[in-house]
Write a protein that binds this ligand. Structure first.
Ligand SMILES: [Ca+2]
Ligand SMILES: [Ca+2]
Length: 250
């Protein structure tokens, strides 16, 4: 992990910038290359949902520790008077059930799940997902486009916790759901739709049903969750329900 903070030597060199730098450093903390924590706007809701709280030296230490300890650390609350640090995950706007909120200022990566819309928040251990499972059925391409139209993508599973979440949010034996995995571009090379990364061999062994994927009749390129079971590859034109997922960073 690379930690980036504002370089305070700049203050020595550019004395006139001191006020600006101090001001900015209170608003922005970068804990990883792609994780910029900034103070949230009023009205946003922090998930103080890891059930821990600790006292840190400062805000930066608070953010770094949260990112290191929790895979779904997307927010922290830091009380500058007491230096109490409360790690959290997604910000949930207008949650259907009130969520715990810690004292202090909220800093977040911008990852949010708005329960006022149809997307819902779910956490398994320290992995979180913001998802929506459809009731209607569409083919794979239209499902993918439906998710995109909502600023989301078909659900991906790169961690086993995400698999557990998928099983819990879908309707068991009564539902078959497209997820964001296909071998359309290259036969038998399954890729995740969100970042085009290749499915690992271990996940392929773990998540597909026995004897699947079988590319039956050379027509099956899209993966779906088959009822209460595991994944199967199917003809992409087949209509199924589908699960969309909000990207972490918007
Ligand atoms: Ca195939
Ligand atoms: Ca198949």
């Amino acid at each position: 992990m690379r930690i980036i903070v504002f370089d305070y030597c700049l203050i020595c060199i550019f004395g006139l910038h001191i006020i600006f730098v101090l001001f900015m450093s209170r608003l922005f903390v970068r804990a990883e290359e792609d994780m910029l924590f900034k103070e949230t706007e009023a009205g946003e809701f922090h998930m103080a949902d890891f059930d821990v709280v600790w006292r840190d030296m400062d805000l930066l230490t608070c953010v770094i520790r949260c990112v290191r300890e929790f895979r779904s650390c997307y927010s922290v609350t830091h009380d500058e008077t007491t230096n109490m640090c409360t790690p959290g995950s997604w910000l949930v706007l207008n949650p259907s059930i009130p969520l715990p909120q810690a004292p202090g200022k909220i800093y977040s990566t911008g990852a949010r799940c708005n329960e006022a819309s149809k997307f819902k928040y779910y956490k398994q251990d320290d992995v979180a997902a913001c998802y929506w499972a459809s009731d209607s059925m569409l083919n794979y391409k239209d499902s993918k486009e439906n998710c995109s139209a909502n600023g989301a993508h078909l659900y991906t599973i790169k961690l086993m916790e995400k698999w557990t979440i998928l099983k819990k949010i879908t309707s068991g034996p009564n539902g078959n759901y497209w997820i964001g995995l296909d071998d359309i571009r290259e036969e038998d090379v399954f890729r995740w739709v969100d970042d085009d990364s290749r499915m690992s061999e271990s996940l392929r062994q773990e998540l597909f049903n026995k004897y699947q994927p079988d590319n039956w009749n050379n027509t099956e390129d899209c993966a779906y969750l088959k009822g209460a079971g595991k994944l199967n590859d199917e003809n992409c034109l087949h209509p199924f329900k589908f699960v969309c997922e909000m990207s972490l960073f918007q």
